[in-house]
Design a protein around this ligand. Structure first.
Ligand code: HEC
Length: 144
């Protein structure tokens, strides 16, 4: 199940360097537990019908958990993922959630993908989220 982490180790090592430069990594605990819990409710209401209750996809839409999903976002930023979801999802009604709801549902997705939680909730401003690098593997020394 964790094979993808090993497979992406080389790429992640390079991503780790840029994560340190940007000063923030998805491995540093960038969302709060409360936020992820709120996000679970949003997900169930607005995303699960297409992406599956366990985020593993349906015939309608791809999964949002695991190696393939994370590899789509490896070396990009949380801001990229946030804006992608905010501007195109739910696919049948894009931009119909508030920024807070998008941040909450993103926190839930991060939790589901095994990224650690922290004290503070994920910001709802794209420019702040753009400073948080996504890497499939925890960068050496950069994940605190
Ligand atoms: C009506 C069905 C539908 C709903 C509801 C929906 N999605 Fe999607 N989603 C899709 C489809 C189809 C794709 C693949 C096509 C595309 O990329 O636009 C997709 C793609 C995505 C991707 C890109 C996946 C990747 O591998 O990069 C993300 C992230 C995503 N959706 C998140 C969400 C979130 C979060 C919600 C709830 C707020 C949501 N979607 C609601 C149908 C849906």
């Amino acid at each position: 199940m964790r094979n993808w982490i090993i497979g992406l180790a080389a790429i992640a090592a390079a991503g780790g360097a840029s994560a340190e430069m940007a000063g923030s990594s998805i491995w540093q605990g960038v969302y709060s537990a409360d936020q992820a819990e709120r996000g679970a409710t949003v997900y169930a209401a607005r995303c699960a019908a297409c992406h599956g209750a366990a985020l593993n996809g349906t015939g309608e839409a791809p999964g949002l958990v695991g190696g393939e999903f994370v590899s789509h976002w490896d070396t990009l930023t949380v801001g990229d993922l946030f804006d992608r979801v905010r501007t195109t999802m739910p696919q049948n009604a894009p931009q119909t959630l508030t920024r807070d709801e998008y941040a909450d549902v993103l926190a839930y997705m991060l939790k589901y993908n095994g990224f650690p939680q922290g004290e503070k909730p994920l910001d709802r401003r794209s420019e702040v989220l753009a400073l948080i690098s996504i890497t499939a593997q925890k960068p050496e020394g950069g994940g605190k």
